[in-house]
Write a protein that binds this ligand. Sequence first.
Ligand SMILES: [Zn+2]
Length: 156
Amino acid sequence: MTKEELMKKAIELSKENVANGGGPFGAVIATKEGEIIATGVNRVTSSNDPTAHAEVNAIRAAAARLGTFNLAGNVIYTSCEPCPMCLGAIYWARLDKIYYGNTKEDAKHIGFDDSFIYDELALDAADRKLPSESLLSNEAIAAFQKWTATENKIEY
Ligand SMILES: [Zn+2]
């Protein structure tokens, strides 16, 4: 499939998901040659899962299908520019490229505003609206020491 056909698929998924009572977001993960590996739609409300964005669901399905956590060599087509969570997930999945339809500004106009998260990320932790505090770091470090000392670990 061409990149336009793959984006049309992501858009079609986003429209179908609205018809099914979900959010207007769909995603497709495909090889660079244009073969679909997996798709995903937004299931935040239907599954009561705030992380069930289309891109995350597509990544989970693609990784399960390929039997690997590393999706390098593949690309994602998403009906909307990824939110910070999905962008992070796309980096972790090692996908090679993002194609998106709607922009995050388009999403903001219909009530899906993730720009505040992008704004928060640019701030020092102490200046964010979400407080975070280091606690028991002297105990937490034990797992890192154990990891470092482990010889046959699967690095990612
Ligand atoms: Zn997202």
